[in-house]
Design a protein around this ligand. Sequence first.
Ligand code: EPZ
Length: 423
Amino acid sequence: MAQEERMLITGGQRLEGTVRVSGGKNTSVAIIPATILSQTPCVIENLPDIEDVHVSVETLRHLGARVNWDPALGTMEVDASSICRTDVPLELCRRMRASSYYIGALLARFGQAQVPLPGGCDIGRRPIDQHIKGMRALGARVETAHGLVTATADGLTGGDVFMDMVTVGGTINVMLAAACAQGTTTIYNAAKEPHIVDLANFLNSMGCRVKGAGTDVIRVRGVQKLASRRPYAVIPDQIETGTLMIAAAATHGDVTICGCIPTHMEALTAKLLEMGAKVDERDDAIRVRSIGAHRAVTFKTQVYPGFPTDLQQPMSALLCTATGTSTVVENIFESRFRHLAEMERMGARVRIFEQTAVIEGVPQLHAAAVEATDLRAGAALVIAGLMAQGTTEISNTCFIDRGYEHLEKKLSSLGAVIWRAQE
Ligand code: EPZ
């Protein structure tokens, strides 16, 4: 990834005040392809102005859909009736992992899809064998050759899909394909993340019949003609909420995050409380305060409602200055510790044994020039920069822009000294 901009942070400022969380990245990249299924134009609201949404807009327009997207308002109108092709270009797939969702959506609406294998973050192999297994269970013919997935179907028929492991993307892709299939599809060992429920709610708002979303068995009764009847607002971003909570604790600040869903944050809240931070929950807001030293903790990433893998990296930054030795076990992806090498340049003391990182707390991190290696690694380096003495320079900010809407504006509004500089 070319190094376009750097983000600079002068650490040591307490974050204080109120900030509003944006709409969810991972729910947006699932609901936008789902608009392909609607016979009527769709209006989606609360979309974040982030790179992954821009790539989603480019993908829909490439397919021939008419898209009006107002990044400032967060509102998108999609008319899929003008879609005239079913191939997604490699250039777009390389920029976004969620491009695989167009397999399920295009198969459901048009009975065919040609989508290159997805790119995404360098956090692991990230195959899509379970996605393909699900499509085949619904009667599709799916071939993968030369990095391209080619899927065809003379009408999809509901079936049973037992996921070999819990996969968010696999669950989403099968839900999209099943939404217009003849009959009922049952997904066993389904993912339960909040954005699975959000997608189910959006599909049901178009007339589909999805039951059990949020549990490990999801039933989708396909409906031939889905039609959006009213605007749909995506849920707030669970991972941005968590990142802001961690930033508040990291700077011993006092921050209220508005527009979030506290029940989505329970695993992180429990860990922050264990570390000695104070967390107060309201209906749609969370207040995080932290005064004294933080206690070291142990956590293991799990599927929802366990500790989210996407918060492992920001949380490991916070643990670098906790009192004592913390243990982090990454159970979801095979190489999601690359940020730790960058944080060692800032004085962190870390030892890695396969999927386990042992972090020995140090009194203070110091600023350094560091490089974001993926989206949440970038977030971890922002947290480290907020804590460090001096001015940290983070390169490859394009990764951060994939998933955080105006992160430096939000942090500046809370008192952080953070800005961007062109190369
Ligand atoms: C989604 O990725 C998210 N991305 C990830 O967020 C998130 O970390 C992940 O879910 C887990 O919550 C989007 O929603 C766009 P998985 P996904 O399929 O769908 C293996 C971020 O930072 N697997 O649940 O790719 C896979 O290799 C991003 O916002 C298979 O083996 O995750 C992984 O080890 C990063 N075969 C595990 O399952 C498959 O067919 C979980 O992957 C599918 C997955």
